[in-house]
Design a protein around this ligand. Structure first.
Ligand SMILES: [Zn+2]
Length: 98
């Protein structure tokens, strides 16, 4: 279980999700690398969402991967910033877990 990070062939800048053009150099040629996880940078609870029930909290985490990019993922459990979490793609959603 992993997620694919897009890497610009021209400058090495990493993106997630895939981009049509590189955010750093506007290049259009990419390779991909599988990453197993990343370091948790920040986490939050989403308590209210449009059309959702109150009390239907979701945990979201922002993870830094290697190659370096940021991935926003749903989290199964609360984790501390700095903790390494595994990433997996389930349908269209990225999940992070211990
Ligand atoms: Zn680039």
């Amino acid at each position: 279980m992993s997620v694919q990070i897009q890497i610009c062939v021209a400058c090495g800048h990493a993106h997630f999700p895939d981009m049509l053009l590189c955010a750093s150099c506007a290049g259009a040629s990419f390779s991909h690398a599988c990453v197993e996880g990343g370091k948790l940078i920040a986490a939050t609870d989403i308590c209210y969402r449009v059309g959702g029930r109150t009390g239907d909290a979701k945990l979201l985490g922002l993870l830094e991967t290697d190659p370096k990019t940021l991935v926003l993922a749903r989290m199964e459990i609360k984790a501390r910033p700095g903790q390494w979490l595994r990433l997996s793609l389930v349908g269209d959603a990225v999940w992070a877990c211990v």
